[in-house]
Ligand binder design. Structure first.
Ligand code: CA
Length: 221
């Protein structure tokens, strides 16, 4: 599982990185809001509320606008963070500093599990996105009524993107869902499959690349 740690205080950030790595997480660090928005959010984001360049709430809102990756806010004091507002911004949970590391790990696993269940609930038997129809049970794709021949992996990838039309799927989400949970090979594989699907759909606009993050299906016709 990949965790993006957004924290400007190195004492806390280093501790989190070491502890989470020891627990088997793959940790990416960002030390300010701009860096956080440039980073791959991975499977869970730990987001400090007080960042040097941006309000953590704005960072939260912007990450949520691009991806469904769960976000846990790290706040200095309980009263500093309005829980309801936080949830409205799209945060999944929050932890008050100083926190128990063991509790934080439990929260990370809990939000990741809930987000995984959401993906499964999203499964539909037929997905219609504009002129694109994905028949999940029959493993067929129709574009303006004509069948598009896809390999099984291409089909799974298109279905995964289509299940969340407006949300960006990160490369790590795609690798976990379409390939294998433990598959940490080159992410170029994803790009190569996206390129082939675009070619088969006859228009690259169907799948938009979001720089540094991942891909999104766009219903443009
Ligand atoms: Ca801070």
């Amino acid at each position: 599982m990949r965790v993006l740690v957004v924290e400007d205080d190195d004492a806390i950030g280093d501790g989190l990185e070491d502890g989470l790595t020891e627990q088997g997480f793959v940790v990416t660090r960002a030390r300010n809001g701009a860096e956080a928005l440039r980073s791959d959010p991975g499977d869970v984001v730990l987001l400090d509320l007080g960042l040097p360049d941006m309000d953590g709430r704005d960072v939260c809102r912007q990450i949520r606008a691009r991806t469904s990756t769960p976000i846990i806010m790290l706040t200095a004091r309980a009263e500093e963070f309005d829980r309801v507002l936080g949830l409205e911004l799209g945060a999944d949970d929050y932890v008050t500093k100083p926190f128990s590391f063991r509790e934080l790990v439990a929260r990370i696993r809990a939000v990741a599990r809930r987000s995984q269940q959401r993906v499964e609930v999203d499964d539909e038997s037929t997905i219609v996105r504009g002129s694109l129809i994905i028949d999940v049970r029959a493993h067929r794709v129709l574009l303006r009524g004509s069948e598009v021949k896809l390999t099984p992996k291409e089909f799974d990838l298109l279905r995964f993107l289509a299940a969340a039309t407006d949300a960006v799927r990160t490369r790590s989400e795609i690798l976990d869902e379409v390939w294998d949970v433990n598959w940490y090979g080159p992410t170029k594989t994803v790009d190569a499959h996206v390129a082939t699907i675009r070619q088969k759909l006859g228009d690259s606009r169907w799948i938009e690349a979001v720089r540094g993050v991942g891909f999104r299906l766009v219903e443009f016709e």
